[in-house]
Write a protein that binds this ligand. Sequence first.
Ligand SMILES: [Zn+2]
Length: 293
Amino acid sequence: MKRLNAPTCCPSELFDECVRGLSNAALRARFVVQKALLESANANYATSSAAQTWCKLPRALHGHPDQVIVGNLTKGELVALYDEGMVGSRGAARKKYDEIKLLAHDECPYCGGCGELVEEEGIGTIDHFLPKARFPIFSIVPANLVPACGTCNTGMGSRFPTAPELQPLHPYFDAPHFFDEKWTTATVSEEEPVMVTFDVNPPAAWSENDRQRVVQHFKSCKLRGRYRTKVASDLSSIIAQRKTVHRDLSPEAFREVLKAVADNELLPINGWKRSLYYGLADSVWFCANNFAA
Ligand SMILES: [Zn+2]
């Protein structure tokens, strides 16, 4: 849930570069003939992005790599344009792939940075917001390529909902309130050992559609469990400090210490860390406890 600027690379140039990355000359020639038709995919994607109606776009069959999608090009060939022409190429298309990965600045826009972005070769993966297995026509549409951590990327898989209110948040095109307003909560167990439970509670003023979308996003990215696994080291260090350097702070003063971290605008407001610190600061029990026993 971190907003990103969409890639600025030219779709037409990217298409040419991906085609050049294909090893089969006959296939390259067939792509060149269909360029205009394939380019219309960019315009269709932009129209859906303006209305957040990606789920209404036509789907390919599950499996069936031989299904013809556009002109005489099959689903398998459109997927190869990405796999071989872009990811596997050593040319300009691969450079663009690497540049898109850098847009995330090491923080996955879907989970706000709780997955591992770092892989063997560097900086994470690229997710097809509309999965290429079901929407192969958008396999190299730049606006459909989103840098993501491996956990979010594989977690969402090739599924995409058919109902608008169940669509995940699009880091390039969804409205600012999804990314700027607080809709995650963290509840403290108020007994030792301290446990924190994460949930979703979007602002009441939001539309029902938007409220459902964040509930679904939280669920699809499995954030309840993933956030829980992130808090342990911060929580034990906060408690250790409360016993030592923060020992003499009043509950109000300790709350201010926690609030200062929660208010860090450099981190996503709905990421695990800010959510955790807001939850701790809101707990009268936690702020008053000096964990002396
Ligand atoms: Zn992620």
